[in-house]
Ligand binder design. Structure first.
Ligand code: AR6
Length: 514
């Protein structure tokens, strides 16, 4: 019995209407921060620019450990205790002047980045990209136009941002909403390596590295391709600044709401399988990011698998690295509204920037593209057999359930989940086990699932088969939970799907005996 690819468009339109959201003005929760003035997006006037909150008033710093330390913060000091912003401002303004005159070369860029942080850096990957791989015209265009405008974004930092955004620390339900321009401004600061290095900062032990220096360093060709995507983003947004809005939202599932798997008698959700569509190409769904507990994983270093690729083709997602502390097992992070700018080919060590991508996703009434990504981190199994232990299965179930839970009780919050081989690449998971875990979590959350198997036709066929059998036998979430427990107890384990099939056959025999 071979599964056919599902007619995805039909499925998506059946399940996925954009969820209703309150107007910005109706939200009065101190944990939901708006870095722009509340406004209502009108698709007839798509170029209306969101304004920063307190627009026009001077920058107010918040140096309380709860907000991002901005490069323009008066508390951001050099080792000899001098404020760094005037120094940085001068260097970036000087570089911009050179760019505008058409005089700037790669050496000027490197000297500026080194001088801003006072640390000379290896920037061989960036050097190779702009001086060797770019054509002469591309190089000129980058140096005299894109780079100049990136400098401008930094120089306007304390106007584009009138106060720093709050951090999204562990154990708090909180969100930050900002304009795409504000995101671009932060990313320009990361490009010039202007953020305080976090490895030496107290209180930031559980945050990601945020400057782009790791990407600039010598390394595999995939690093250069990731940089190519990011510079393509800067090219696009400096040519025409997008006017949309994005949200980063951290969700914590309270202990009292943890699912009690043995008593979840939900039937299995609808399931659709596809071999050739990728998650990012399945619109109007909750798309899963196969994340690291430190969001973004190795995106600013050598990593180049699902999460890292997603973040470089949609670079606004990189802002989450600045804001989000490491995720706990009962937490996930939503990235809402981020735009896609690049297409790619290859994967992992064959990854390459392919071409420009025009993202036509419609917007909600906050001005956010109707694109919901959820970052959920699986466990890395150094010793794969451990993953069948009930404790590990419960951890993965909890993470998937936390991430799949609809954000409101409205019917339209139950839109489909687009996922795939979560935890089964870099993290060594068993595809069959993880497929069942995700099916259980989606069923407990009462949402349909679209499973993008990334070319694995065998998995699609066997998953479709086992799913039909499970449905025929009216297997519920709790039944699967018990079956997985028993599976772990088997002395000689067949594959997970095979075991489930055997169990269902034995149920048939048991029931026909009565
Ligand atoms: N759409 C659907 N499936 C995909 C896609 C895609 N775009 N890309 C890859 N796959 P992996 P993990 C499939 O290894 O094991 C990162 O460094 C493909 O079969 O990215 O959870 C994170 O930051 C692939 O083998 O996820 C974490 O540190 C499988 O999904 C770590 O990797 C798993 O992709 C997470 O590793």
């Amino acid at each position: 019995k071979l599964a056919k690819d599902a007619p995805l468009d039909e499925i998506i339109s059946k399940y996925s209407k954009p969820p209703k959201i309150k107007s910005m003005k109706e939200i009065h929760n101190k944990n939901d921060s708006f870095m722009i003035q509340p406004f209502e997006y009108d698709q007839n006037v798509p170029d209306t620019k969101p304004k920063p909150i307190n627009y026009g008033s001077p920058y107010t710093d918040r140096c309380d450990g709860l907000h991002l330390v901005m490069p323009c913060s008066p508390t951001y000091m050099s080792v000899d205790h001098k404020p760094l912003w005037p120094h940085i401002y001068g260097l970036i303004a000087h570089l911009k002047e050179k760019c505008d005159k058409g005089d700037a070369n790669y050496g000027d860029l490197k000297a500026t980045i080194d001088a801003c942080s006072g640390v000379p850096r290896n920037m061989d990957s960036l050097n190779k990209l702009v001086t060797e791989l770019y054509s002469d015209n591309h190089f000129k265009q980058f140096m005299s136009t894109t780079l100049s405008k990136m400098c401008e974004l930094v120089l306007y930092l304390d106007k584009i941002w009138t106060q720093p955004p709050p951090l999204l620390p562990r154990k708090t339900n909180c969100s930050v909403t900002m304009s795409q321009r504000q995101a671009a401004c932060l990313l320009a600061c990361s490009f010039f390596c202007l953020f305080q290095p976090r490895n030496h900062s107290k209180g930031y032990e559980n945050y990601q590295h945020v400057n782009f220096d790791g990407l600039f360093e010598a390394g595999p060709s995939t690093k250069i391709e990731k940089l190519r995507c990011i510079l393509h983003y800067f090219h696009r947004i400096t040519e025409k600044m997008p006017t949309g809005v994005i949200t980063f939202q951290r969700f914590v599932l309270e202990k009292k709401d943890f699912p009690q798997w043995p008593s979840i008698n939900e039937p299995l959700s609808d399931l659709y399988l596809t071999t050739d569509k990728r998650i990012e190409d399945i619109p109007n769904t909750l798309q899963v990011d196969f994340a690291n507990e430190y969001i973004g994983g190795g995106v600013l270093g050598g990593g180049c698998v699902q999460e890292e690729i997603r973040f470089v083709i949609c670079p606004e997602m990189l802002v989450s690295l600045l804001l989000c502390e490491r995720m706990e097992k009962n937490e996930c992070i939503y990235l809402i509204g981020c735009e896609r700018f690049s297409s790619y080919k290859g994967y992992a060590n064959t990854f390459q920037f392919d071409s420009d991508y025009r993202d036509q996703t419609p917007k909600d009434h906050w001005g956010r593209k109707w694109c919901h990504l959820v970052a959920m981190d699986a466990v890395y199994f150094n010793d794969p057999p451990i993953q069948y232990h009930p404790k590990e299965i419960e951890r993965e179930l909890l993470k998937a359930y936390t991430s799949f839970l609809p954000q409101s009780a409205d019917e339209d919050s139950y839109f489909a989940i687009a996922t795939g081989n979560w935890g089964c690449g870099a993290f060594n998971g068993d595809r069959q086990l993880k497929a069942i875990i995700q099916l259980m979590a989606a069923s407990a959350a009462r949402r349909p699932i679209i499973y993008a198997a990334f070319g694995d036709k065998k998995l699609v066929a066997s998953f479709a088969y086992i799913y039909e059998e499970l449905k025929t036998h009216q297997v519920k979430v709790a039944d699967l939970f018990y079956m997985l427990r028993e599976y772990n107890g088997q002395r000689k384990r067949p594959s997970v799907f095979k075991y489930l099939l055997e169990r269902m056959k034995s149920i048939e025999i048991e029931t026909t005996n009565f």
